[in-house]
Design a binder for this molecule. Structure first.
Ligand code: KG4
Ligand code: ZN
Length: 349
């Protein structure tokens, strides 16, 4: 079965065609980065307007690269939540109309569950990722790290996810973005800091770690303390005199702490649950230090999506949509978008 997947929850206008939930026949990601760059962050109004202008072309391109026409499709999936409301509505409304006009089954899917699904995609023989790798068996631990979410969870199926821990304030990607914005390192912040940090001294500053290992916060994380320390109290945490590349030293020390904050509760969860497979997803899963720290744990198996499917893309939406459809489930055309997922603290979605 060939499913068209549409993703417009933030600043990427994306569409893809995926066969049988795994084989990616095409994936088009039109990024709006240059339009948001002057503001050092995503401007919701600009994002939804760009999606409106681009969505038809992006979907056409995805079909053309797959060598297909709409008649060859078996279903249409779109992100319905969570995300920027105006942006979500563009992709969702387009997809519902497309499905209705073509009499195709429609599937409204959750963006975070789709990130968790991304490692199951096969990017083909030219990809760096685990092409043809056996599917990851459930249950496993999930690490969902993006601009809006930081979730440590247990996945028992593609749609049966229990949240073990989450951020009590800012998301990890948001912390990367805010620090980069404050120091004018560039945009988008996460990737820029990751690159800059490679040339810096991670011992130049010793930033504080949150003290959240007790009681119901055992697997939770917090980033507001680190963000404040890096942005407002930098000198208090300096342990070395000014190096030759101050920006790189700040980036390296921040990256090291940001990754440590994630890994502590994640490793705690692995120990407590006995689960030794970790699936990482979301834009921050592209972070090179996070990847190398996880790879260094020989007792754990860490699975990452192919790099092109770490950030937002339509293929993960199409793949997840296929799973619902193959179980005989479809979504009503009356479904609407929601910016947040209500009550997701201990159960997701
Ligand atoms: O999943 P995603 O593409 O969009 C959301 O759903 O939010 O994630 C975007 C986030 C941004 O905060 C971006 O700064 C961060 O992922 N990011 C990174 C890296 N690449 C992207 N953070 C750290 N290191 C990276 N290499
Ligand atoms: Zn995302």
């Amino acid at each position: 079965m060939k499913i068209l997947g549409v993703e417009t929850s933030c600043d990427e206008c994306a569409a893809a065609v995926v066969e049988d939930g795994q084989k990616v026949l095409s994936s088009v990601v039109a990024t709006q980065i240059p339009w948001h760059e002057p503001w050092n962050g995503v401007v919701p109004e600009i994002a939804s307007r760009m999606h409106t202008e681009w969505i038809t072309g992006v979907v056409k391109e995805a079909l053309s690269r797959a060598g297909l026409s709409p008649e060859n499709l078996d279903g249409v999936a779109a992100t319905a939540r969570p995300g920027l409301l105006g942006s979500l509505l563009v992709g969702l409304s387009f997809s519902k109309s497309f499905a209705w006009a073509r009499r195709l089954p429609f599937l409204a899917v959750d963006h975070m569950l789709a990130h968790l699904y991304a490692p199951r995609l096969d990017a083909g023989k030219n990809a760096e990722g685990p092409a043809g790798a056996p599917p990851v068996a459930y249950p496993f631990l999930g690490l969902l790290v993006s601009g809006g979410h930081t979730i440590i969870c247990r996945a028992d199926d593609f749609d049966r996810v229990t949240v073990l821990g989450a951020t009590i304030d800012d998301a990890v990607g948001e912390a990367f973005d805010k620090v980069a914005k404050h120091y004018a390192f560039g945009y988008p912040g996460g990737a820029v800091i990751d690159r800059l940090a490679d040339g810096g001294d991670s011992e130049a500053f010793r930033f504080p770690l949150p003290n959240l290992h007790k009681g119901e916060h055992r697997y939770d994380v917090s980033y507001s303390g680190l963000k404040t320390a890096v942005i407002n109290q930098l000198e208090q945490f300096r342990v070395k005199t000014r190096g030759t590349d101050e920006a790189a030293d700040i980036a390296a020390s921040f990256r090291k702490t940001a990754v440590e904050i994630l890994l502590r509760p994640l490793f705690r969860a692995a120990e407590d649950t006995g689960l030794s497979t970790i699936v990482a997803g979301g834009g921050v899963a592209a972070n090179s230090l996070l990847r190398s720290r996880l790879a260094a744990r020989r007792d754990l198996r860490c699975v990452f999506p192919p790099p092109e499917f770490c950030g937002d893309n339509g293929a993960m939406i199409a793949g997840l949509g296929f799973q619902y459809l193959s179980r005989g489930e479809t979504s009503s055309l009356t479904v609407t978008a929601s910016a947040r997922v209500a009550g997701f603290k201990r159960r997701y979605p």
